[in-house]
Ligand binder design. Structure first.
Ligand code: NDP
Ligand code: VHF
Length: 455
């Protein structure tokens, strides 16, 4: 990895050249680079945490002045228990996964001695722009190297010191491996982004991971395809047949496990018949965890009559904009879904709200009915649709991808948590024995076989 000092064009050109070297390295060569990166980062833990502390000190001051959100502070903090270890584990998990390159998923005998096959291959050069989360640089570098892609990385400015030292450590670690140093590069300032977005001769795909504004900016400026990883305005819908204890624990996890994450819960939709049966337990558990509840009139009335006085006094009124807000904090908007004669209609109302106000990231339902769950999952237009489990499951590590580039809110070519598979495309290869197309035309001597072969 190099800290890019040259011009954007020089950086991108170097990445392109490296990508061709990466494409011919063996699985062992790429895995061995991941092991070296893991060992080097592990050895440099205290230096990295010191750099992170410097980032945090500046960010904490900005937050105190009201210039920075608490959610950015939480993302930035690499000293939170388990974060550094998770980062290291992610590298080894990725190393342990099957090589995603060269996997054959179609073989066809076109004719005698003429075999077509489709197989996975790297995309080439990726430009990935992401938020101020220091561990993301290691996550993405591992996925890129394993999938034989070169990557130019730009992280959030609040993490600059952390990114610089991590990049330096990775760079040194790569020196003793066959992975070219220029295959992973770090740019530290935003002004390099727009020129890079024009370099479609070198960069094959841009992945903006962050706010909607960032994704829209890249869509406007980029000369190459954009795989957007945008905001997560995630919902839970509680149907009246949901199991109350499960509802409380799953909703609390979705909201409080890591409120700053894009897969945390922001809006809770509750069927009218669940307002006095299931919601009180859910609300009480949330309030006990310090979550502010912004309720619509029906849910507030139901909770006011069921919660104890102290908890009821904490309830707040929701405004319309609360249902379009990604709080990234201990705040939850609650809306009532009116009951209908046909239970499926209520589900459809919830789905309509989610499709209108959500961000197509992750949305979930609590119900004991498979039919209701299916109706919900078929109707919701999101990358991840969960039944009876936390929205926080939306994550590459939890999906068994080792780690993730992020969670794609695009529809092509990758959707949801993006791991190795999302960083590969396919190519066609033919092994022939001298055939030409004219042999198969009108009056030609040969007939197509087009016979599917086992893989
Ligand atoms: N779907 C997913 O996988 C993820 C989504 N998110 C979402 O990201 C948001 C929070 O992150 P936040 O840090 O606020 O996101 P921002 O979009 O503000 O920043 C993210 C990155 O984009 C850069 N950036 C932003 N605008 C531009 C621009 N116009 N030109 C060039 N670079 C730009 C920033 O640079 P600089 O710091 O230099 O300004 C930073 O590196 C939330 O909405 C969260 O849900 C977060 C993580 C994962
Ligand atoms: N998938 C990751 C979250 C990714 C994400 O949302 O990042 P961020 O919004 O920067 O905290 C996780 O579950 O922790």
């Amino acid at each position: 990895m190099s800290l890019t000092n040259g011009s954007p064009a020089e950086a991108a050109r170097a990445a392109k050249l490296s990508s061709r070297t990466l494409a011919i390295l063996s699985t062992e060569d790429r895995n061995s680079a991941l092991q070296s990166i893991h060992d080097a980062l592990s050895a440099a833990k205290s230096d990295i945490l010191q750099a992170n502390a410097r980032d945090l000190e500046i960010a904490t001051k900005s937050a105190a002045d009201g210039e920075l959100s608490q959610s950015i502070l939480k993302r930035l903090d690499l000293s939170r228990p388990g974060k550094f270890e998770d980062m290291l584990k992610g590298i080894l998990d990725v190393k342990g996964l099957e090589d995603p390159v060269g996997k054959v998923d179609m073989r066809t005998e076109l004719d005698d001695g003429l075999i077509l096959q489709r197989q996975s291959c790297p995309i080439g050069v990726l430009l990935i722009i992401f938020e101020a989360r220091p561990e993301v640089i290691a996550n993405i570098a591992s996925l890129a190297i394993k999938s034989a892609n070169a990557a130019i990385l730009k992280g959030g400015k609040e993490s600059t010191e952390s990114f610089k030292i991590i990049a330096t450590v990775i760079s040194k670690a790569l020196e003793s491996t066959k992975v070219p140093n220029d295959s992973i590069q770090l740019v530290t300032t935003r002004d390099a982004v727009d020129p890079l977005l024009q370099l479609s001769q070198y960069i094959d795909l841009v992945i903006p991971r962050g706010s909607n504004e960032l994704v829209r900016h890249c869509q406007r400026m980029a000369h190459m395809p954009v795989l957007g990883h945008a905001d997560g305005l995630c919902h839970y819908y509680i149907h009246p047949d949901a199991e109350p204890e499960m509802a409380a624990s799953v909703v609390v996890d979705s909201k409080t496990d890591y409120p700053a994450a894009c897969n945390s819960l922001e809006s809770l939709l509750v069927h009218e018949d669940a307002l006095k049966t299931i919601l009180p337990g859910v609300a009480s558990a949330l309030l006990a965890k310090g979550v502010s509840l912004r309720c619509d009139p029906a849910s507030k009335a139901a909770l006011s009559g069921t919660l104890d006085k102290d908890q009821a006094a904490k309830l707040q009124d929701a405004g319309e904009s609360d249902f379009d807000t990604e709080f990234l904090d201990l705040i939850l908007a609650i809306k009532t879904i009116p009951k209908t004669e046909d239970a499926l209609q209520a589900v459809d109302t919830a789905v309509e709200h989610i499709n209108m106000h959500g961000s197509h990231h992750t949305d979930a339902i609590l119900t004991s009915s498979e039919q209701i769950a299916d109706r919900f999952c078929n109707g919701v237009d999101s990358a991840c649709k969960f039944w009876n489990c936390s929205t926080r499951m939306s994550d590459g590590m939890r999906f068994g991808f080792g780690t993730e580039v992020g969670i794609s809110t695009n529809k092509v070519h990758a959707r949801g948590p993006v791991g190795l598979e999302g960083l590969c495309i396919h190519e066609y290869r033919i092994k022939g024995s001298g055939q030409g197309a004219a042999m198969y035309g009108a009056g030609g001597s040969r007939q197509w076989k087009h016979k599917r072969l086992p893989l």
